[in-house]
Design a binder for this molecule. Sequence first.
Ligand SMILES: CC(=O)c1cc(-c2ccccn2)c2ncccn12
Length: 121
Amino acid sequence: CVLRQRQERTPLQRMLDQLLGLLEKKDPQQFFAWPVTDNIAPGYSSIITQPMDFSTMRQKIEDNQYDNLQEFIGDFKLMCTNAMKYNHAETIYYKASKKLLHAGTKIMQADKLGWVLNLIP
Ligand SMILES: CC(=O)c1cc(-c2ccccn2)c2ncccn12
């Protein structure tokens, strides 16, 4: 087998890794940890055309698929808005996604990102 050369992680990857960890802590029930399946959410794949979850975001970081912070934030917002689209407002998933979106946006506000941006040499 071809030994996978351990890829050097870029400063952006290390920063996004840190951010992802902070965002995941805001989802203690792990509602957003894995892709939503049609089994647990009937008709999900026909209603949500661009699914997103934390495990997919982590894979995209590993595969260096984010060119900048804005693309990462875009996937985070997509994940939250998907949940607000599929789930009715009185469900725990809708409420959790709204709370997560607010908490995540606060963490990623530019002014608050000083410490994270300092990680980039
Ligand atoms: C995020 C989301 O929309 C979601 C996560 C879940 C979920 C996530 C983990 C364990 C159980 N359910 C879910 N279940 C039914 C309908 C929607 N969802």
